[in-house]
Design a protein around this ligand. Structure first.
Ligand SMILES: NC(=O)c1ccc[n+]([C@@H]2O[C@H](COP(=O)([O-])OP(=O)(O)OC[C@H]3O[C@@H](n4cnc5c(N)ncnc54)[C@H](O)[C@@H]3O)[C@@H](O)[C@H]2O)c1
Length: 340
């Protein structure tokens, strides 16, 4: 039985705590938040002790695994603390704001022989899996181009109510690092090659209260010849379904919200619709999807078996490198070349 602690009892906490409660091989033993009322409420709900300082919870005497569910700038700090103190880490996306901080923790985890995972739960959606399987088995053939669009609604209030969102120092950006990171990760994962050049633009077009970008578009070339065109904004009037389209040698694939459809060049089709898993996540939001539990379960299995999880820190560095290059290109107005 793995003993689990969760640091950060805000919005995303419910996805982690509910998942732990439904898994047989783990038990929640403590929760932590610097906001005492949040820690106390979470502790009362799950019948575990509350901590207000993460160093009091993260010790191998108390826990085997810590889930890091705090603002972005604290991700590498708390992850590093846990790894230094012999505790496995499952951290919410993004692994860090700066690439170097994520890379340092990947090295540290390897030195310590600990597992370090980063949450990208959308890779566990049935829709993503259908496409990944048909790339892996060769039926779709080589990817030529991928297109990803995200048009969501995040009003000024969304930023006004948070003490870290919408800031460069604490969130690390806006629509790219927070919302579009999932669809960009899926596109990057499908392409499965090394990005070699990133051209992007970023702008704040509609928000007065925050200074980070609410709009971004870009074009990415990959070593295998594939390209990724993306467009992301959170200044639209509602949350429209995220859409990812793949143009491949042998057909086209489209993912839109809970549905995916592959149409092969011979006209045959494969489709899947994401079914609810029957678990109630109190306060969970539809647009997060409900697949945290699959990734958390897979992470715990990796810990038990002493093997690197599928979405390890090392794997997450790939999307981290891309996100950082998008910001660099967006801020400088210049293309960014990426090496090995
Ligand atoms: N995977 C997803 O789909 C998804 C969805 C939503 C949020 N997230 C991620 O989850 C993380 C948290 O987001 P959120 O919306 O829950 O934020 P939030 O602001 O609602 O919650 C963060 C909590 O962390 C606490 N905190 C801050 N510093 C702390 C510290 N040093 N020690 C202990 N607690 C501390 C805050 O008091 C707050 O309660 C972010 O990385 C976000 O990107 C992921």
């Amino acid at each position: 039985m793995l003993r689990v602690g969760i640091v950060g009892c805000g919005n995303i906490f419910t996805m982690h705590a509910t998942s732990v409660a439904h898994l047989d091989n783990a038990t929640l033993v403590g929760v932590c938040d610097i906001k005492k009322d949040r820690a106390d409420a979470a502790a009362a709900k799950y019948g575990v002790p509350a901590y207000y300082d993460y160093t009091q919870l993260i010790t191998p005497e108390k826990i085997d695994v810590v889930h890091v569910c705090v603002p972005h700038y604290m991700h590498p700090v708390i992850s590093r603390y846990a790894l230094e103190h012999g505790v496995h880490v499952l951290c919410e996306k993004p692994m860090s704001i700066d690439y170097a901080d994520g890379e340092a923790n990947v090295k540290l985890a390897a030195e310590k022989g600990l597992q370090y995972g980063i949450i990208f739960q959308c890779r566990y959606n049935d829709t993503s899996r259908l496409i990944r399987e048909n790339l892996d088995n060769g039926r779709l053939g080589k990817i030529i181009s991928v297109r990803s669009t995200l048009t969501w609604y995040r009003p000024d209030d969304y930023y006004a109510l948070s003490d870290w969102k919408g800031t460069w120092d604490k969130e690390g950006g806006g629509v790219i690092i927070d919302q579009a990171i999932h669809s960009l990760d899926l596109a990057n994962w499908f392409i499965g090659s090394r990005p070699v050049e990133v051209q992007a633009s970023i702008a704040n077009r509609a928000h007065s209260i925050m200074k980070v970008e609410d709009t971004a578009e870009g074009f990415i070339r990959y070593a295998n010849g594939a390209t990724l065109s993306f467009w992301a904004m959170n200044n639209y009037g509602c949350d429209e379904p995220i859409e990812i389209r793949l143009l491949c040698e042998n057909g086209k694939a489209v993912m839109s919200y809970d549905d995916a459809c592959i149409t092969f060049n011979d006209g045959t089709q494969l489709t899947v619709s994401q079914e609810p898993d029957g678990i109630h996540y109190d306060g969970g939001k539809d647009y997060w999807g409900f697949r945290h539990i699959r990734q958390i379960e897979a992470f715990y299995q990796a810990v038990e078996q002493g093997v690197e999880p599928a979405i390890s820190g090392r794997e997450a560095l790939k999307i981290q490198k891309l996100i950082c290059a998008i910001y660099e290109s967006g801020k400088t107005g210049q293309p960014v070349k990426l090496g090995e």
